[in-house]
Structure formats: C-alpha cells, structure tokens
Design a protein around this ligand. Structure first.
Ligand code: GLV
Ligand code: MN
Ligand code: MN
Length: 410
C-alpha cells in the first residue's frame, strides 16, 4: 500500500497542477480547444512519455497515450476521462481519471501486458463551448457528424473552425476512431455526489448512467421603458422565464428521482431600466429511467407554452441533447467488482446521476466505471476535492483490474 499511497499523493499534485491551466485567472475554466488545453496536453504528454507511452493528439484534440503490449497484434484496453471543465470547476472532475490512468501505467514499471493500454484525455465532455457534450468521446466511436461540426460557439465560431484554429485537421476526424480489437473502456471518476461518503465507502462500481436532456429555451416579449410602462401592459420575458423556472423546480420535486436545472440565463438587452425583451434559459433534465425523463421534458415544454401565452410572450426551444440512459457492460463491470473485492474493499453498486464519456464509448465497446468518494458530495465547484486514501484505493483496484483482465486473456 505504501507505493499506491505515495503515487496517490503524486496524482493529486498533478491534478492540482493541471487546474492551473485555465482561461479565467483565479479559477479553473477550460473549454474545448481553448489555449490552456495546450498546456494540459504538454504537461500530461510529458508524464505519459516518462511512463513509456507514445503520445499523440487526434483531430478533435483528444490526448492519447499508448502503452504497447507484449505483442503488436494484441487487443487494446482504453482508460479515459475528460480534460475540459465547467466554468470555475474543481481540479478532479475528468482530469483525475486521466492522471490516474497514466499513474497505473507508471505502476507497471515497464512490464508489458497481453493487451495494449491507451489512456485517453477527452477534449470535450461538459458541453460548455458548443452547448453539446461528449465531442471527444463521440470522435472515438465515429459519432461526429456535419450538424455537430457546423455548431457555433458564443462568438460564432463553428466546431470545424475551432478544430482548424487549434492546428488540427478536421478531415482526419475519422482517424480518431478506436480501430482494431478493443477489449473495453474503463473510467475512474469522482462520484460528484454524497452517496459513498454517507456510506463511509472509498469506492463505488457504476451499474448505469442516467439519461439526460439539454435544451435552450427562448422567451420573447417586448423590451420597453422600465419607468413608463405600467405593470399590466408589460410583456416581460424574464418575469415569464422566472415563473417557468419555478414551475420546473416544482415538477422535479413532484417526480421521484427527477432532477431539472436552469443553470444559465441571459436577458436582453440587459439594462436595469429596460424591461427584458428576450431571455435565453438552459434546461437540463435527468432521470435514471428514460420513460420518466422524456414525458417530464414534454410537460415542462407545455408549461412554458402556457406561461408564455398567459403573459403575451412567445416561447421556442432548441433541443441540444437527448442522451438515453446507458447500462455498463455486465462482464467488464464484474471484472471491476472482483478487483474491488480482491483489493479488500466493499463492493457497492450504484447509478451515476452525472453524465460520463463511458456512456458514449459504451456504444462501441464494453464499458465500466469506478467512482471515488466525493467529500461533501461537492462537484462542479472549485471546492471539489478527493481523498488521498481513496485515490490509493482506486490505484490498488486499478492494478488488480489490469491483472484480472490479463488473467482473462490466458
Ligand atoms: C457532466 O459533468 C454532466 O453534466 O453530468
Ligand atoms: Mn463535469
Ligand atoms: Mn466528469
């Protein structure tokens, strides 16, 4: 345990170092294909090389570190997570899984296995820049289409142009696909919730990842003078959006297991003495059962129409994501559970409320996920943290997992 503990200390130090790579000073904010991502690639790439890995960056900006097997014809095991962040993020969401993958290769001390290991640092998972998540993992499974490449960020830059501006070639996106014989994908990630802590557990094995919907709502009213327009003659888009947001919260409270959030609101023209004429509001809806989530979204849209009609507003929406719930692979998850148990930790199966690259990669190969306890259940916030003992537990389990996969190749 001494070596994993020392390595865990180093893993945390590396995550903190990568958190310095940011586009917002004083915080960690790292969108897809932003300048600070180059520095992340440099630092992680150097650690990968020290661990004996070959390093490359694919056409959507995923950082890929290959650790060769005994035989070139061997299959490949992917270990990955994402390197982009939400605004004002913590140091561990995503990054930890990539740094941990490199640390596992380091702990092999140059020993070659019966399978290649590829550690992938996905370039985009959060959806911050283009409003749609999972661009990095979609490239790995060949899921990038023209519609996605044409999406624009807040500055009007298209995905395809952002790729070129980063010095990458969009014509090579097809090469980013996992080729050859893939054994599977494993992702180490902080839980981002309070369950493991409440149970006093270091680790959790993910059974399934909740589905999610993401939409952009647009309420339109009439901008007008805040001093001269009587209350009964107003068409205030922000007041309408506010009423709807409250109804969204009510609906989620009334539906077991449903979570619904408006996390971004933009009012135009945005002056204290002007009645807001246009409001853009994000909507994020999640549930472990798609049969509950999808009708709930439709109810929320009907409620937006009713509120808008009553207030003399119009409302429209763009659907950015309807990602189905995804079960992890039974066999690979069983291997992970054995690794947890054989490392001396209790096995706890759980669902993930957060989305993860594993839910995309699962379309192409067996996928499994291991959660590490999140102190205070805090994530998507700069106070997010992880315990050294839990990182050590994940490293011990990860090594066992590699041994179990190795044994399965006999
Ligand atoms: C990813 O962090 C998500 O939004 O679940
Ligand atoms: Mn996240
Ligand atoms: Mn994440």
């Amino acid at each position: 345990m001494e070596r994993p503990l020392a390595t865990a200390h180093g893993v945390i130090a590396r995550c903190k170092s990568l958190a310095e790579c940011t586009s917002e000073s004083g915080f960690t904010t790292r969108p897809f294909l932003s300048e600070p991502m180059r520095e992340v690639h440099l630092r992680l790439g150097a650690w990968m090389q020290q661990a004996g890995m070959s390093v490359s960056i694919d056409a959507v900006g995923n950082l890929r570190g290959g650790y060769a097997a005994q035989q070139p014809s061997a299959p490949r095991l992917f270990i990955g997570s994402h390197l982009d962040t939400v605004p004002r993020a913590g140091a561990y969401d995503g990054v930890l899984g990539v740094v941990l993958g490199v640390a596992l290769v380091e702990l092999l001390d140059g020993r070659r296995l019966k399978f290649h290991i590829e550690v992938v640092g996905f370039s985009e998972e959060e959806g911050l820049r283009f409003g749609v998540p999972f661009i990095g993992s979609r490239a790995l499974i060949g899921g990038i289409d023209g519609e996605l490449l044409g999406r624009r960020d807040a500055n009007g830059v298209r995905v395809v142009d952002a790729i070129r501006a980063f010095g990458l070639d969009p014509l090579r996106i097809g090469d980013a696909q996992a080729g050859g014989d893939s054994l599977g994908y494993v992702e180490f990630h902080i839980e981002q919730g309070p369950i493991l802590e409440s149970l006093g557990l270091h680790l959790g094995v993910v059974e399934a990842i909740a589905g999610q919907s993401r939409l952009e709502m647009i309420f339109k009213g009439q901008a007008n003078h805040a001093g001269t327009t009587p209350m009964h003659l107003r068409h205030d888009a922000l007041a309408g959006a506010a009423e709807w947001i409250t109804s969204v919260e009510k609906e989620a409270h009334a539906t077991a297991g449903l979570v619904a959030t408006t996390g971004r609101l933009h009012a135009e023209p945005g002056a204290s003495n002007v009645i807001p004429g246009i409001v853009h509001a994000s909507l994020d809806v999640r549930h472990a059962d798609d049969a509950v989530r999808r009708p709930a979204v439709e109810r929320l849209l009907r409620s937006a129409q009713e509120i808008a009609a009553r207030r003399g507003l119009s409302v429209s929406w763009e659907r950015h994501l309807d990602q189905a719930e995804v079960a992890m692979d039974t066999s690979l998850t069983g291997t992970l559970e054995r690794a947890v148990a054989n490392s001396g930790y209790p096995v706890h199966r759980m669902n993930s409320g957060a989305g993860h690259d594993a839910m995309i990669v699962a379309k192409r190969m067996p996928a499994a996920m291991l959660f590490l306890r999140s102190p205070g259940g805090i994530s998507h916030h700069f106070s997010e943290t992880v315990l050294e003992e839990d990182v050590a537990a994940a490293l011990v389990t990860g090594l066992r997992f590699l041994e179990e996969v190795e044994a399965g190749r006999d």
